[in-house]
Write a protein that binds this ligand. Structure first.
Ligand SMILES: [Zn+2]
Length: 323
């Protein structure tokens, strides 16, 4: 296991200013799942009260030093804004796509920081002040489309994933968290550093602070006159295709369609995602989680959309013609 480091309060405070959008967070399990070998992220709860734990400076310090590993949410639902956007890519040759994006971002004078990850990398863009998630997403999606960089979810099982993953969140929603940079990845048992500086916490944070931060005016200039399809921008599935959508007069029941073995994990069934399976992925058979209490709610952790899962099950969602 990678060694623990010591960090200074200034470094922790700088990290907080740069990365923390809200006090909710996730923590990566120390022990891998017994069947999957994966280190899952979960939202920690206070012992006794079961109240969610809020992020503190001390938790950030433990993360940076390597005692724990946390995940950070991209989007604050009270403002619908984010301090950063991150592009996650973990498919074959994904580093090439990230370098291409970084190069073309630089043409807009956007200094994006590239961080290694277990299979690929994360490319981070920082904002001078929190910017609207919707506008950040238009900018990145538009660039990816122009560069022909694949985007996961848009009919593709492999491609980049953009954090924030939503344009907006409702109160009580969290969206998706991404591993907080500079900590130890529990699965890989090592730290992943940014390429742009020496591999110490002080040097890494100094580098991140030095990067030019994108202003709201610049971002609005970049996206002027641009739009990206609702599908790509992660319009809520429920807005146009309720989970109870009927086909042939019958309610779609995912449990009637799944043919792979189901395992109970907490409040969910877990099984192989049919859409991932079509692409030859999810051999460990744990990407799809189906809520036991209400199986209308299901999710592929690799990012397959409801449409992709329904297609793979042979029951495509029928779009009602818009009224
Ligand atoms: Zn999937």
């Amino acid at each position: 296991m990678e060694q623990l480091l010591k960090t200074r309060p200034e470094v922790v405070r700088a990290y907080c200013r740069l990365f923390v959008n809200r006090r909710a967070f996730t923590i990566q399990s120390r022990k891998p799942g017994a069947e999957t070998g994966r280190h899952y992220y979960f939202r920690p709860k206070e012992k006794g009260t079961e109240e969610p734990v809020n992020l503190t400076v001390d938790i950030l310090k433990q993360h940076l030093e390597g005692a724990i590993t946390i995940g950070l949410y991209a989007l604050n639902p009270s403002t619908q804004r984010c301090k950063w956007a991150a592009i996650d890519a973990d498919y074959k040759d994904s580093m090439e796509d990230l370098l291409k994006l970084q190069y073309h971002l630089a043409a807009d004078k956007v200094q994006a920081a590239l961080e290694m990850s277990k299979r690929g990398g994360h490319l981070w863009i920082f904002f001078e002040k929190p910017l609207l998630a919707r506008e950040c997403r238009i900018y990145i999606y538009d660039l990816a489309l122009r560069l022909k960089v694949p985007v996961k979810g848009a009919g593709l099982a492999e491609g980049i994933e953009v954090f924030p993953k939503h344009n907006e969140l409702r109160a009580g929603e969290f969206g998706n968290a991404i591993r907080g940079p500079l900590g130890i990845h529990r699965g890989a048992k090592r730290r992943f550093w940014f390429y742009g500086a020496d591999y110490t916490l002080d040097q890494q944070m100094a580098y991140l602070k030095r990067l030019r931060k994108v202003t709201e005016g610049e971002l609005r200039g970049f996206i002027a006159g641009k739009s990206v399809s609702d599908e790509l921008l992660g319009r809520r599935q429920s807005d146009h295709a309720p989970a109870t959508g009927r086909s042939n007069g019958q309610e779609f029941r995912i449990l009637d369609r799944i043919t792979t073995p189901l395992r109970k994990v907490g409040r969910n069934y877990v099984t192989r995602c049919p859409s991932c399976a079509d692409a030859g992925h999810d051999r460990s058979g744990d990407n799809l989680a189906i809520q036991i209490e209400d199986p209308r709610f299901y999710k592929c952790w690799a990012g397959c959309t409801k449409e992709m899962i329904r297609d793979a099950l042979g029951c495509p969602i029928r779009f009602r013609p818009s009224a």
